[in-house]
Design a protein around this ligand. Structure first.
Ligand SMILES: Nc1ncnc2c1ncn2[C@@H]1O[C@H](COP(=O)(O)OP(=O)(O)O)[C@@H](O)[C@H]1O
Ligand SMILES: [Mg+2]
Length: 258
């Protein structure tokens, strides 16, 4: 399957802190790439650079061969969608409202045009609602549609965070610590959905400290520290590396599975 995202020599500093130091990376359709490394390595910053939350000092990003530029909503429209390490749900809204708002945040040109035609607006709304209900059904969360989102257990809120991202039909999916605080059946659901999205031809990159999740899902992984990609390889190769384990935990005695 073909290349979806290509990052070339991306650099970014905040003051004296280098968060991206000559990062080059490609993501192909159907693959799930694990992005691992210690806190402060620059993993979230890389997602911020790709998704347009922050602009790079230098370097280029291409989505399906075209330069990926502009702010978050423009890139989302182009097909880069993401979840957030710290969930950004609208706390007082229901689940379905949170999901419908996700599509309105990135109105496409056709959507703007359709503002002038009430029938098209209604059709777009109905399509968005159907898509939202479909996603909730896939997650086993149909019954939660009208619940206030913060009343749900944390694991379900994380799933809703993913569902919101999937409301926008992006070819490139960036997941920032999707499993943090997620257990049991929600964990399995998250795993299944991520796998299915990759099988559907999306390129997925996932930041995650849960190494068994990375091992189960990822085609390969990339290890980052201090804004640099230090190593690429199979998850086994990376987690067996004494040097990387030391960087990750500050000691080689700690198990990577801890
Ligand atoms: N907007 C910002 N302004 C200044 N420093 C930032 C900003 N975003 C991230 N950083 C710094 O960049 C470094 C990398 O952070 P981050 O990308 O969040 O790491 P990770 O996700 O790997 O834990 C940290 O030292 C963080 O404090
Ligand atoms: Mg982070």
């Amino acid at each position: 399957m073909g290349e979806i995202l290509r990052i070339e020599n991306l650099c970014k500093q905040f003051g004296g802190i280098v968060v991206a130091d000559d990062i080059s990376l490609t993501l192909d359709a159907g693959e799930i790439v694990g992005l691992i490394g210690p806190n402060g390595a620059g993993k979230t910053s890389l997602f911020n650079l790709i998704s347009g939350v922050v602009q790079p000092d230098s370097g280029r990003i291409f989505l399906q061969g075209r330069p990926l530029e502009g702010p978050l909503h423009r890139r989302a429209r182009a097909g880069v969608v993401r979840t957030w390490q710290h969930m950004r749900l609208f706390r007082s809204m229901t689940v379905i409202e949170n999901m419908l708002v996700a599509t309105r945040e990135y109105p496409g040109e056709s959507m703007l045009r359709s503002m002038f035609a009430t029938a098209s607006v209604r059709r777009a709304e109905a399509e968005a609602r159907a898509r939202a209900m479909d996603l909730l059904a896939r997650m086993g969360l149909t019954q939660t549609a009208d619940n206030i989102v913060v009343d749900l257990p944390f694991g379900q809120q994380k799933l809703i965070g993913l569902a919101r991202a999937l409301m926008n039909d992006g070819r490139c999916l960036l997941l920032d610590e999707p499993m943090a605080g997620v257990e049991g059946s929600n964990y399995e659901t998250m795993q299944r959905i991520v796998r299915d999205e990759a099988s559907a031809g999306r390129a997925v990159c996932v930041v995650e400290h849960n190494v068994s999740f990375i091992k189960d899902l990822c085609t390969h992984a990339v290890f980052m520290a201090q804004g640099k990609i230090l190593q690429r390889g199979s998850v086994d190769e990376l987690t067996r590396s004494r040097e990387l384990t030391e960087l990750y935990f500050g000691t080689v005695d700690a198990s990577v599975d801890a």
